[in-house]
Design a protein around this ligand. Structure first.
Ligand code: IMP
Ligand code: MG
Length: 179
């Protein structure tokens, strides 16, 4: 059975995603020229955004991934767990954390502090979406493709209980799916 039937409405189309991600890729390329940054993707939600973003980054750089879990269902548990750590040494390097969505900010705040201890030259945050209405932790995005209202969204890498990541756009889930 298809997954489209569970979507209330398309919030961000595939065309809009492509255009804004390209813009952020170009901006990061200008800002980090000559700095050889490491892009750190936060799995699993980042995987499509990161893949598209990196194809618009034109400078010398490297990539690594971390896996963290902080969520079950649509509400944050508040607890952050590192499921996969980095494989590269980040001391003295410029790092850019690539996230799918900045919601309460609890995850990114924890990650920033976790990575800070390893003495990188700088830490920046690139997020696909920002939901500022729900912010609890004092953390902001240096690069954000879309500011969105307080709705639970799926697609383009984002899930609800591991489903819907494969949708090519960002959609709002029908409320009966999670009620
Ligand atoms: P935060 O710690 O509350 O900022 O949550 C960040 C993580 O929660 C994101 O990386 C997502 O995995 C997940 N998340 C937050 N809002 C949504 C949403 O609307 N849809 C899907 N996942 C979400
Ligand atoms: Mg995530």
């Amino acid at each position: 059975m298809g997954v489209e039937k569970d979507i209330e409405r398309v919030l961000i189309s595939a065309e809009e995603l492509e255009a804004h991600v390209a813009e952020i890729g170009a901006q990061i390329s200008r800002d980090f020229e000559g700095k050889d940054p490491i892009f750190i993707g936060v799995l699993k939600g980042c995987f499509i955004f990161m893949a598209d973003l990196m194809r618009h980054v034109t400078i010398r750089c490297s990539m690594d991934f971390m896996a963290v879990s902080s969520y079950s269902g649509t509400t944050s548990t508040g607890a952050v767990k590192i499921n996969k750590d980095l494989s590269e040494d980040i001391e003295g390097r410029h790092i850019i954390i690539v996230e799918d969505i900045l919601d309460s900010g609890v995850t990114l705040n924890y990650l920033k502090n976790f990575l800070m201890v390893r003495k990188p030259a700088s830490i920046s945050i690139a997020t696909l979406m920002d939901k500022p209405a729900r912010r609890k932790a004092d953390v902001y995005a240096d690069y954000s493709c879309f500011e969105i209202p307080d709705a639970f969204v799926v697609g383009y890498g984002l899930d609800y209980n591991e489903r819907y990541r494969n949708l090519p756009y960002i959609g709002v889930l029908k409320s009966e799916i999670y009620s």
